[in-house]
Design a protein around this ligand. Structure first.
Ligand code: ADP
Ligand code: MG
Length: 365
């Protein structure tokens, strides 16, 4: 199991152009790739906090650049039988849905349609290269976890039971009982289903954002390769997580607070799992939330990519800081502080790569 944690800073929207930008990408030293996010200390603005990631994507990063760098390299592994899991994490309004789903225009398409497009292309190629001996089938499940309950997004809302779908253990794996799965022939087929399913997603308004998403939306793409009686199955999961904002500051009512408690718990467990995987721990606490349990996070052999979405404006200051704190793990890692020079003491290398590190930086003088 390997994990990458990367950050993506979104650009200012047209109506935000006059806003104060306080989040920026940086490199450890000149000429090196961007791996650091910098943000002022809200209690002392002359001081700056730095957070290190496996990679940091600036405001100008296009959908294609992000996909090419972070997802495309794993499609081969997916066809070799590894599971690939991609999370978008962050405060509401920072670009999670833009990153995962994106816009309708070709250039604006997000990770999910690009992933599917690549999967179909590779599937076709495999069929061709083997003279039709190997067939590739793509099937989708799409569900959301709202208030710790699982709802099938491929079914119309009328068919929902209030308690959601039950979970059951089978062969050491957690399955969602009654979750539908649809075979999708091609990209068009997928897009039709995906658009329909997205309309089924629960959204409720909060003061922060009228369409803030209060549920985790999980798309699972099952790739089945069949050659004679040999079957190879693997899954790509793309997860648009619920907003990680602190709801105590948005004057939410009781319903919002119940939602918040469920969201906070599951996001906390997720971050614990990501920590544990990145450290190479043997025990991953994936059983402690429904989302991580269903994904068997840490149990499967696979690749996990967590994308932390960030908005650069001052109005997000505290929420941004807290999401940076959650996704930059390994706070125990010491960082030497040297003026004008950022020096990382590397965390112990594991086969899962480098952990993200948080550190405090001396103010520049
Ligand atoms: P979230 O899902 O995290 O709440 P959204 O994806 O809805 O956030 O993004 C909030 C707004 O910012 C949307 O209008 C979206 O189109 C825009 N946006 C987000 N990321 C980008 C980006 N990289 N480039 C351009 N616009 C973006
Ligand atoms: Mg969203």
């Amino acid at each position: 199991m390997s994990v990458r944690v990367v950050a993506r800073i979104r650009p200012l929207l047209e109506k935000e152009l006059d806003k104060d930008v306080i989040v920026r990408a940086d490199a450890v030293e000149e000429g090196r790739p961007m791996t650091v996010v910098k943000i002022p200390n809200p209690k002392n603005e002359s001081e700056e906090f730095s957070f290190a990631f496996n990679s940091v994507y600036e405001q100008t990063t296009t959908q294609e650049e992000l996909f090419t760098a972070e997802v495309a390299p794993h499609i081969k592994a997916l066809f070799q039988g590894l599971d690939v899991t991609i999370f978008a994490y962050g405060v509401t309004g920072t670009g999670k849905t833009h990153t995962m789903r994106g816009g309708l225009r070709l250039a604006e398409r997000g990770v999910i349609p690009r992933l599917l497009s690549n999967v179909y292309r590779r599937g076709k190629k495999i069929g061709k290269d083997t003279n039709g001996e190997t067939t590739v089938n793509v099937a989708l499940s799409y569900y959301e976890i709202y208030n710790d309950k699982v709802f099938d997004l491929l079914e119309p809302p009328e068919k929902r039971t209030p308690s959601g779908l039950p979970l059951r253990e089978k062969d050491g794996k957690t399955i969602v009982v009654g979750l539908s799965e649809r075979s999708c022939e091609d990209l068009k087929d997928f897009e039709r289903l995906y658009i329909e399913a997205n309309n089924n997603r629960v959204t409720a308004s909060t003061k922060l954002n009228a369409h803030s998403s209060r549920s985790h939306a999980i798309l699972r793409v099952k790739v089945t390769q069949t050659t004679g009686d040999m079957v190879r199955e693997s899954t790509a999961s793309a997860i648009d997580l619920a907003g990680s904002e602190d709801n105590r500051r948005t004057e939410n009512g009781k319903q919002r607070l119940i939602e918040s408690a469920a969201i906070n718990k599951s996001l906390f467990v997720l971050s614990q799992c990501i920590d544990a995987i990145s450290r190479g721990d043997r025990r991953i606490p994936y059983r402690e939330s429904k989302m991580t349990r269903i994904l068997s996070l840490g149990q499967n052999n696979g690749i996990t990519i967590m994308i932390l979405n960030l908005a650069p404006m001052r109005s997000y200051h505290l929420d941004t800081l807290s999401s940076l704190n959650v996704s930059s793990r390994a706070k125990r890692i010491e960082v030497r502080e040297i003026e004008n020079e950022v020096v990382f003491k590397q965390p112990p290398r594991t086969n899962s790569g480098t952990a993200a590190t948080a550190m405090k930086r001396q103010p520049l003088r």
